[in-house]
Design a protein around this ligand. Structure first.
Ligand SMILES: *Cc1c(COP(=O)(O)O)cnc(C)c1O
Ligand code: SF4
Length: 338
């Protein structure tokens, strides 16, 4: 695929290892604007937002943006704005009240049969709307010793059949660490499934390499990967190739999106997303309404509009391409349909 703005003698980012790409993510708002040839007028706002939640954009994701377009739907997801400083009623730092459901460090058990494990404290990309933008990661990044506590918890509760690796982004961790964890989980007899919630293969498709496919294909557990893709333009040839490799390793691929003002808040875009997902072998799973996290109110789409959009999407796609429109309500024991 042709990449914009890149002299022919510089190797393109997508040919480099995922570790190198992760190390070299764009962390400076000034560089982000310069690389996209955007007006310096965006800089003060970008720096104000960056002070609240730092910029992180992988090159392979930047390469899918349109230079010179401040409204690019991919850019909107990562560009800090001055509006993030606005205090808006109802938008708070821990909208899911997860702090109250953490029986072990890095473990969230709110739903029947499945447990969420915070497998990595960081992400390859920082999405401005993320409900974890204020999450106390430092207290929730488990060491091997702390994994033992988590594994004991899972072993002691035979009702649990699924471990969900989440974060941050679990695939930021090394394959050595993940393979170790996967082996320990597979030793727990009542676990049947390993699910991984990740955006890393979307923003750095080279993450789906031999080492990762090795431990994923080898485990006795059924494997499910829930990707996080919000817009059809996020799906490029490299991501499709990554999905093909995952499917060949026996992984079931699902996608969750967040409904975002200025990114994907129209039925045509959502329909195009569903079609592009299926073409890549991925089924749409959830369309989440925004969690009311402080700093993200400008992405909010009101419930009545979300319902209208979802109804319009239902008119445009096959039934199995219609994601469930849900919100996460603190204290509830499942996602709540709108
Ligand atoms: C979303 C979530 C899950 C997974 O829920 P599914 O509906 O099975 O996808 C599990 N635990 C927690 C705490 C969650 O927030
Ligand atoms: S947890 Fe997901 S949504 Fe949040 S910053 Fe990381 S990749 Fe983005």
């Amino acid at each position: 695929m042709q990449r914009a703005n890149r002299p022919a003698d510089i190797p393109v980012a997508v040919e480099r290892s995922w570790q190198a790409q992760l190390r070299d993510v764009i962390r400076d708002p000034r560089e982000l604007l310069a690389r996209l040839e955007l007006d310096a007028g965006w800089l003060p706002g970008a720096q104000a937002g960056h002070a609240l939640f730092e910029v992180r954009v992988p090159e392979a994701y930047l390469a899918r943006m349109r230079p010179g377009d401040p409204c690019d739907p991919l850019l909107r997801q990562v560009l800090p704005l001055d509006a993030e400083r606005d205090a808006v009623a109802g938008f708070v730092s821990d909208p899911l009240e997860e702090a109250e459901h953490t029986p072990r460090r890095g473990l969230i058990h709110k739903y029947a049969r499945r447990v969420l494990l915070i497998a990595s404290p960081s992400c390859a990309i920082n999405c401005r709307y993320c409900f974890r933008r204020h999450f106390p990661y430092a207290e929730n990044s488990p060491s091997r010793g702390q994994w033992q506590e988590t594994l004991d918890y899972l072993r002691d509760d035979p009702t649990i059949n699924e471990a969900i690796l989440s974060g941050g982004d679990p695939l930021v961790s090394s394959d050595q660490r993940l393979a170790w964890l996967c082996e320990r989980l597979a030793e727990i007899p009542h676990l049947t499934r390993l699910r991984i919630h990740t955006r890393l293969p979307v923003v750095i498709p080279e993450r789906i390499d031999k080492a990762l496919l090795g431990w994923l294909a080898a485990t006795r557990l059924q494997t499910v990967m829930v990707l996080h893709i919000n817009h059809p333009r996020e799906i490029d040839a490299a991501l499709v190739a990554a999905c093909v490799r995952l499917k060949a390793a026996g992984v079931t691929l699902l996608n969750q999106s967040v409904l975002l003002r200025g990114v994907n808040d129209d039925a045509a875009t959502l329909a195009e997303l569903s079609e592009a997902l299926f073409a890549a072998g991925v089924l749409p799973y959830y369309l989440h309404v925004l969690d009311p996290v402080a700093g993200a109110a400008h992405f909010d789409v009101p419930d009545d509009e979300a319902l209208t959009l979802h109804a319009a999407l239902r008119e445009r796609v096959a039934g199995f391409l219609l994601p469930r429109l849900v919100r996460e309500v603190p204290g509830e024991t499942s996602k709540t349909p709108l």
